[in-house]
Design a protein around this ligand. Sequence first.
Ligand SMILES: [Mg+2]
Length: 286
Amino acid sequence: MTGDASSPAGSAAARDAVASRPLADVETVYLDLDGCVWFGDQLADGASELVEALRASGRRVGFLTNTSNAEPQQVVAKLRRLGVSATVDDVIMPIEALAVHPYLRARPRVWFLGPPELRRAVADLTPIAAKPEEAELLVLGRDPAMTYADLADALQVLMRGARLLALNVDPRLPVEGGRMLPGTGAIAAALTYASGVVPEVVGKPAPVFFETALRRFGASAERAVIVGDTLDADIAGGLAVGMRTVLVGSASPSSRDPAPVPHHRVSALADVGGLFGLRQEAGRTD
Ligand SMILES: [Mg+2]
C-alpha cells in the first residue's frame, strides 16, 4: 500500500486502497459449495485459482456446505476430482452440527428421511426408530430416491407431536446447466404444509452451524467472511454471527422481511479475489 496516512492526500489514498480491497483484513474465508464453488459436477470458473490465491496469501479457507452427505471425505473427493485441493479438516457440514444439536442431547428415537449413508451416520448419534409411531423426532435430509410412502411415514411422526429437524431448508439445489433440483427445504415445506410443524435447521443459516465453523478454525467472526449464493442461508447466517458476507451471482429473492443485505456482491466467484486485493494467478498484490 502506498501513501502517507498523516497527510490529507495520503489519507485519501489510504481510504481508496481500503475501499478497493475491503476484505484485505479478513483471515478466514468460508466458501459455500452448491451454486458457488460448483454447480452439480461443474466447477465454477476460477474456483481453484481463488482457493490457491487465498491460501498463498496466508488465509484459511473452509468449505461451509449444507450438503446432506454423511462424510466429509465425500465432499473432499468431489473437490479434488473437480480440481480443488482440500482435506477433511477444510469441510464443515451439517452432520457435524447435528452431533452437538440440543435436540439430540437426550438421544431420542428418531425417524429418518434422507439418503442411506446419512442414515448410518445418524444411527451413530442416536437410536433410529423401527416404526414411525415409536419416533420422538424426525430428522430430514435430501434423498433423491424418496417416495410418497416415505413422506407419509414422516407425516405420521409429526402428527404424533414429534419435532422436525432438517439438515438444511434450502429450497433448491443448483446443478449443471442452470438446472435446479428440489432441495431439502422443499421436502420440509411439504411436511410443514401437511402437519403445521415448522422445521428447526441444523445447517446454514443456523448460528450454531456458523459458530461450529469458527470454532473449528479458531477464527473470530470479525475477521471472517462467508461467500455464497443464497441470501437466506449464506448471507443471513453470516450476518447473524457478525461475519462479513459476499453474495455471488444473482440470488433468488429472500423469503425474509426485511431481506438480508450482503456487505458485498460480485457477479461471479472469479471476482471474489479482487475484494482481498488478490490477483488469482499470482497471489497477493501487496
Ligand atoms: Mg449455495
